[in-house]
Design a protein around this ligand. Structure first.
Ligand SMILES: [Zn+2]
Length: 416
């Protein structure tokens, strides 16, 4: 399993200058590759990331000698990025509906993310320091949390701070769980997460709280004169606020998903089309604020890490509309109705709670059909095989006894 750990760096001025140079080199290489790609394509050729890399390497020392001032990974990875972007674009070219990858665009300074890649042979992590080519050791705010084979690292800038994201291939070890308790979770807007146990969690409404400030800052930015120093200042303030909002949200999401995956062995979720929901203008801000897609993603990777499992319930499964008591559909229910009332049997329940319990039931049904009844095995897949073996040995012993032999004799016979 590949895990990324993003750590803040504490560079000196000199090191920061190097970072900016490397980001600029990566951006330049990307734009150079894109321009070359378009040229070659117009000439009827089919370029790829590798051919562009060879071409760039051949002319680098003559035309762009300054590229040697930073790690060679910066331009190389940028071209690899470009190749992937084109792959995605061509993959989606004839796709019907849904989101399609856009054709790669030129990157503009200040309009794109400043980042560059470093491959694993070019850097070294030592405690709370990382060693990068040309500039030596840079202190990190914390040590690397994952153990395993280091694959690579990406240095990036967020407002006025620098981060390194280290990718580590972590060996998966089967985790024994104490609890196999299943839970259904309804992710929503009124409450970020409603559990079938009756508990619900709300996101810190960081965006709502900071929205006023965000509006004020954007307004003040738009009033500043172009290319002025004050404009630069306002821009930095705005991006700092964006980062702060994102941090609060991410921190909350991580704490919630860690708790849930520790507590529950099976988590049933609705396979929400977050992308589709975002098209609804009224919901978009609330959903983005809670970060539903992020919650889902975190549950999905954290559950297996702790020996648990996530099961997705089909998004067309009527979790909120079908009465869980009598099964009749309540088609008059709208998003504004906070309470579910069944027109057939009169069952009344909080809308989200009702949905989460329906999701749990449907999740358990899916597990039942694919893996057998949930909870019949004590410790996930590993234990279930062991138990099957034990059961077959019991059965064998039973048959042996029926034939008048002791189990020991019969199991001895098995090995012959
Ligand atoms: Zn009913």
């Amino acid at each position: 399993m590949i895990m990324g750990h993003k750590i803040e760096l504490v560079p000196t001025h000199e090191q920061e200058t190097y970072f900016r140079k490397a980001c600029g080199t990566a951006r330049f290489a990307y734009n150079w590759g894109l321009a070359r790609w378009n040229e070659l394509h117009a000439a009827g050729e089919t370029p790829n990331a590798l051919s562009l890399k060879k071409e760039l390497n051949a002319i680098k020392s003559e035309q762009f000698p300054w590229m040697y001032e930073v790690t060679k990974c910066a331009p190389e990875a940028a071209l690899a990025d470009l190749g992937r972007a084109f792959d995605n674009y061509f993959r989606d070219l004839h796709k019907q509906g849904g989101r399609r990858a856009r054709r790669p665009q030129f990157k503009k300074k200040g309009r794109c993310r400043d980042r560059f890649y470093v491959s694993n042979d070019q850097f070294m992590v030592e405690g709370q320091k990382i060693r990068l080519p040309h500039i030596g050791f840079i202190p990190m705010r914390e040590g690397l949390r994952f153990q395993g084979r280091i694959l690579g690292a990406t240095v990036s800038r967020e407002a006025d701070r620098w981060f390194v994201a280290v990718q580590v291939d972590v060996e998966e070890t089967p985790v024994k769980r104490k609890s196999q308790a299943p839970v259904g979770i309804d992710l929503g807007v009124a409450h970020a997460a409603t559990l079938s146990s009756g508990k619900h969690y709300d996101a810190p409404k960081s965006l709502a709280k900071h929205l006023k400030k965000l509006r004020r800052l954007s307004r003040s930015l738009s009033r500043k004169e172009k290319d002025s120093r004050n404009r630069e200042k306002a821009k930095m303030q705005l991006s700092r606020l964006h980062r702060r909002i994102a941090n609060i949200r991410r921190d909350w999401a991580h704490r919630l998903t860690t708790n849930l995956t520790r507590k529950y062995g099976l988590i049933a979720l609705e396979d929400l089309a977050v992308g589709n929901l975002m098209h609804n203008r009224h919901l978009a801000r609330a959903i983005a604020d809670v970060g539903l897609g992020e919650l889902r993603h975190q549950l999905e990777y954290k559950a297996p890490m702790r020996g648990g499992q996530v099961v997705f319930v089909d998004r067309f499964f009527p979790s909120s509309k079908e009465c869980r008591q009598c099964g009749s559909k309540n088609n008059v229910l709208t998003l504004a109705d906070r309470t579910f009332v069944c027109p057939a049997c009169g069952h009344t329940e909080d809308r989200d709670l009702h949905a989460s319990r329906n999701i749990l039931r449907e999740g358990l049904r899916i597990i039942q059909t694919t893996q057998g009844p949930w909870g019949s095995h004590a410790c996930g897949q590993v234990a279930s095989t062991r138990r099957r073996r034990f059961a077959s040995r019991l059965a064998e012993a039973g048959r042996a006894q029926a034939r008048g032999k002791t189990p020991e004799e019969s199991s001895g016979r098995e090995h012959v």
